[in-house]
Design a protein around this ligand. Structure first.
Ligand SMILES: Cc1cc2nc3c(=O)[nH]c(=O)nc-3n(C[C@H](O)[C@H](O)[C@H](O)COP(=O)(O)OP(=O)(O)OC[C@H]3O[C@@H](n4cnc5c(N)ncnc54)[C@H](O)[C@@H]3O)c2cc1C
Length: 342
């Protein structure tokens, strides 16, 4: 039976996509998120494959008007000292983008409706439905990102496949017209550098959590200076950056749906940023799960969950292959941490 009262926990890309899709199918969900806006800039790229999803959600005109930058592609130094350029401009779906993440979330939130600003800490069964922080609900959607807050409250285990973290700094961009993003492998992990709107440059070292523990801001700077591409892109003379260390590894719920609930986006499966698929999958899963919920057919939700789990397994195989192509990693502390040897 089609549920009347749906609560969406989390209003990032996945939760907003779910809420917009439900509303288009005649269900007005309650959306809950404790954060009124995004607190930091990860410097994310949005692939062209996300364009049809933004159109489907009705936010494409707002997206185009909100100052995201077109990416010219990736300069990648991986598996070889020779950099390779992978252009982003010859994609029939259009360009890929370097996002202003706060603006991106803002567009989606405007379309989804203002969320209740609170953190959900209590969920229990209430007859055939749920009682969630004094709200009655027939169905719950967990879109709380890597926190997986609902799944945690329900005791659903999460499988952790890597403890990758990003050590991320936001710098003034010395060359804001430079539209290529850089991916550069090093012994301690891999570097990412990309412009973001506002003449800013995100520079990040992705490494294992066990390695990051011993990397002070000074060490981060000297590692950056030893790179062939990311360091020169960042330039010199900027003040000591604030470095934020954030989880960025692969992990997934042991099941991403159960009776009366479903998980979407990072709450269901979180991806290594090397795959550039986190935001795309957050949008596509938010849409697909909400379509299944609106059908009121449990087998549609089971099919969503089975598809999401299968895609995650295929992603892990692809990612492992990709990491094996880089000859600098074996025997490094990064590799030992990645393969659970520390
Ligand atoms: C350093 C870094 C770089 C990345 N680069 C890229 C990239 O280049 N391209 C790409 O596609 N992806 C990238 N990603 C991944 C991308 O950021 C995520 O996949 C995406 O944000 C997932 O969206 P989401 O809506 O599932 O979760 P989130 O964006 O994390 O949103 C979750 C929401 O849930 C809310 N919430 C949390 N707890 C609760 C609670 N208890 N109750 C209610 N609400 C709650 C939060 O406030 C938040 O608004 C990167 C990630 C990192 C860490």
């Amino acid at each position: 039976m089609k549920p009347d009262r749906v609560v969406v926990l989390g209003c990032g890309p996945a939760g907003a996509a779910a809420a917009i899709t439900l509303a288009a199918r005649g269900i007005s969900p309650v959306v809950i998120d404790p954060r009124p806006s995004v607190e930091w800039e990860p410097g994310e790229g949005l692939p062209a494959a996300a364009t049809p999803l933004l159109r489907k959600l009705g936010v494409w005109p707002a997206f185009q008007a909100s100052g995201h930058l077109r990416s010219s592609g990736f300069l990648s130094c991986w598996g070889s000292d020779e950099p390779a350029f992978r252009p982003a401009l010859l994609d029939p779906r259009g360009p890929s983008w370097q996002l202003d993440r706060a603006a991106f979330n803002g567009i989606l939130r405007d379309a989804a409706g203002t969320p209740l600003t609170r953190r959900v800490n209590d969920v229990r069964r209430h007859g055939p439905g749920w009682m969630i922080d004094r709200l009655e609900a027939d169905f719950l959607i967990d879109a709380t990102g890597r926190a997986g807050a609902l799944a945690r409250l329900l005791g659903v285990p999460r499988r952790v496949d890597s403890r990758l973290v990003g050590m991320v700094a936001l710098l003034p961009d010395p060359s804001p017209a430079e539209a290529a993003s850089i991916v550069e492998a090093a012994r301690d992990g891999w570097w990412y550098a990309s412009r973001v709107p506002g003449d800013r440059l995100v520079v990040a070292l992705f490494t294992d959590a066990s390695v990051a523990r011993d990397i002070s801001p000074d060490r981060w700077m000297s590692l950056l200076e030893s790179t062939a591409h990311a360091g020169p892109r960042a330039g010199s003379g900027f003040p000591p950056p604030k470095i934020r260390t954030v989880a960025a590894g692969s992990s997934a719920l042991s099941q991403c749906a159960g009776p009366g609930w479903v998980a979407v986006g990072d709450a269901a499966c979180a991806h290594d940023p090397l795959s550039s698929r986190g935001l795309h999958d957050a949008l596509s899963e938010g849409i697909a799960a909400a379509e299944a919920v609106a059908l009121g057919d449990p087998s549609a939700i089971d099919a969503y969950a089975a598809r999401t789990a299968a895609e995650y397994r295929a992603y892990l195989d692809d990612l492992a292959w990709y990491y094996r192509q880089e000859t600098r990693f074996p025997d490094s502390a990064f590799w030992k941490g990645r393969s659970g040897q520390v």
